[in-house]
Design a protein around this ligand. Structure first.
Ligand SMILES: CC(=O)SCCNC(=O)CCNC(=O)[C@H](O)C(C)(C)COP(=O)(O)OP(=O)(O)OC[C@H]1O[C@@H](n2cnc3c(N)ncnc32)[C@H](O)[C@@H]1OP(=O)(O)O
Ligand SMILES: N[C@@H](CCO)C(=O)O
Length: 505
């Protein structure tokens, strides 16, 4: 998939090119859910695209268990682009021509953010097990400081899969007003006993390694065998029975017949060994045990009820599950959808058909791009309205003609001295004024103007345009102040682009 993907993006030129990780240092201590405090916290992050003037186009991407801040584009020497490059970039679902995309490495991670392998400022040595136990809420609280540092008051969207999806839901619960759209993929709102069980097997594998040394292994041989074993078990849970059958069948590794010994017989064994071996080169064993603990503690229910847990959410949600995901099965996504719906939240739900299992959110580029870009595409008049050129009612027809030509528009809302809408003049009206030798605007303007509110849907605007057989609608607030204008051209194009992709359950 990667080779094909790389050649395709290069052909299309849809590539972010070189990107760099940056570092944010929290100005104050971070107070954790446990009550403990962390000083000198650093959060590693990357950004793609440009933050707009009113800082309303930021999208925060949350990574899964072993991800990092490098979500897209290329670092020097990369063999592969960032881990979600399939959906982040020019023209992709998280379109960097439109959005300012931020991705940060989690608190507790080992890719530049403060975690157990960082230096404890009190001792000058790596924290190891003296690092406090952290939660998903702590990760989100640290990230909130990063978002604040940009002066962003509301994120256009927060999106992520797996543990990234947990952070998305946590954001929507902890900072309801800051999240306009929330996209939670292949995730849960509460970790199940089976998920906790797999975490514990991984932790035990690490802790049982003779090199574990109670987490104090920095500068010596790390517990690689245990960490590789933990990853091998976990990696099986990220795949599906079907995908393993298709990928490997019962193919043997470099032999014609069984070895009748305990060396590697099957390709799938070799594959898992490779996954384990490559993981230890990029991951810290202590981060593994801290992050799995944070996942185990994840529970958004309140007084035993998820409906209560989601009581204050304000975001619009897209929840995506994967048909073959047995680690975070679709029923858990449906529980999220039901609880959100019980709170009257606007929710779209999709179960994508994929045989890739849990990791499908990283692999199903087509389905992810389709669903996410549909969900994020403009829906409200305020998302698409253009600034309106207006004219005072006392102005001359000559001036109206000049504004129409200079601003290359066909409609001019007419306003009173106090800025309220009193009429509308079109290019056609001005042409008629010349023929009929009219002199003042009130002779040619339409006084009963059909308008629309900024929070109306595009469909409502389209219906109005059709009903009154007109080609533009001034957008007004309840006091008739002109906020902008929408035209039939822009609206019909957008409605045409939006396809049916999701449904509620
Ligand atoms: C947000 C985040 O989650 S970021 C972290 C995501 N990344 C990971 O989880 C890394 C490990 N996970 C994976 O590789 C995941 O399966 C994916 C989703 C990222 C990639 O999936 P795919 O493209 O299908 O790759 P696949 O699972 O086949 O693995 C390919 C690797 O296995 C190796 N491999 C394939 N078959 C065999 C085999 N029989 N024997 C040995 N190695 C094998 C390939 O050489 C390749 O190695 P490389 O990664 O060192 O280049
Ligand atoms: N394979 C991905 C998804 C796990 O949820 C990871 O390691 O982060």
């Amino acid at each position: 998939m990667n080779e094909w993907y790389l050649s395709e993006v290069r052909k299309l030129g849809k590539d972010l090119g070189a990107v760099e990780t940056q570092f944010f240092h929290l100005p104050e201590d971070l107070v954790l859910e446990s009550g403990r405090r962390l000083k000198n916290v650093t959060i590693a992050y990357e950004t793609y695209g440009k933050l707009n003037k009113d800082k309303s186009n930021a999208i925060l991407i949350e990574h899964a268990f072993s991800g990092d801040a490098h979500a897209a584009g290329w670092h020097e020497g990369d063999r592969k682009p960032g881990w979600w490059d399939t959906v982040i970039g020019p023209g992709k679902a998280f379109d960097t021509d439109k959005y300012f995309v931020i991705c940060s490495n989690i608190l507790g991670g080992c890719k530049g953010s403060t975690g157990p392998s960082s230096i404890n400022p009190d001792t000058g040595r790596p924290y190891g097990l003296s690092f406090p136990v952290i939660t998903i809420a702590d990760m989100v609280n640290a990230q909130k400081k990063l978002i604040d540092s940009f002066g962003i008051r509301q994120l256009f969207a927060v999106a992520g899969g797996s543990m990234g999806g947990m952070q998305v839901l946590q954001w929507a619960v902890s900072y309801p007003k800051m999240v306009r759209n929330a996209i939670a993929i292949a995730t849960c709102a509460i970790s199940t006993p089976q998920q906790i069980a797999f975490s514990e097997v991984g932790r035990r594998a690490i802790i049982s390694d003779p090199n574990w040394n109670n987490g104090d292994f920095y500068g010596r041989e790390p517990p690689m065998t245990g960490l590789a074993l933990a990853r091998m078990v976990a990696h099986i849970t990220y795949l599906s029975d079907e995908s393993m059958k298709q990928k490997f069948g019962r193919q043997l590794k470099d032999k014609e017949n069984y070895g009748f010994d305990f060396s590697t017989d099957f390709q799938v064994e070799s594959y898992l060994q490779h996954q384990g071996d490559s993981f230890v080169k990029r991951f810290d064993a202590n981060s593994y045990i801290y992050i799995t603990k944070a996942i185990d503690y994840f529970d958004l229910t309140k007084d035993g009820s998820l409906d209560e847990g989601f009581k204050n959410v304000k975001s619009r949600f897209l929840v995506i599950s994967v048909s073959s995901d047995w680690l975070y099965p679709p029923y858990q996504s449906k529980e999220i959808v039901m609880a959100l719906t019980a709170n009257n939240a606007e929710v779209s739900y999709c179960e994508i058909k994929s045989m890739y299992g849990h990791d499908a959110f990283l692999l199903e580029a087509g389905q992810m791009n389709y669903l996410i870009s549909n969900f994020l595409s403009p829906r409200l008049v305020r998302d698409v309205m253009a600034p309106a050129a207006t004219i005072r009612e006392v102005a001359s027809i000559d001036l109206a003609a000049r504004i129409l030509v200079d601003r290359k528009v066909t409609h001019l809302p007419v306003v009173s001295g106090s800025g309220k809408l009193t009429g509308i003049v079109t290019a056609w009206d001005v042409a008629r004024a010349v023929v009929e030798r009219c002199e003042t605007l009130d002779q040619i303007m339409t006084s009963r103007v059909v308008t629309i509110e900024a929070d109306a849907t595009l469909e409502a605007a389209a219906r109005k345009l059709e009903k009154y057989d007109i080609s533009a609608l001034p957008v007004v607030d309840k006091d008739k102040n002109v906020l902008g204008i929408v035209t039939s051209d822009s609206i019909s194009k957008l409605i045409g682009q939006r396809k049916q992709g999701c449904s509620s359950i």
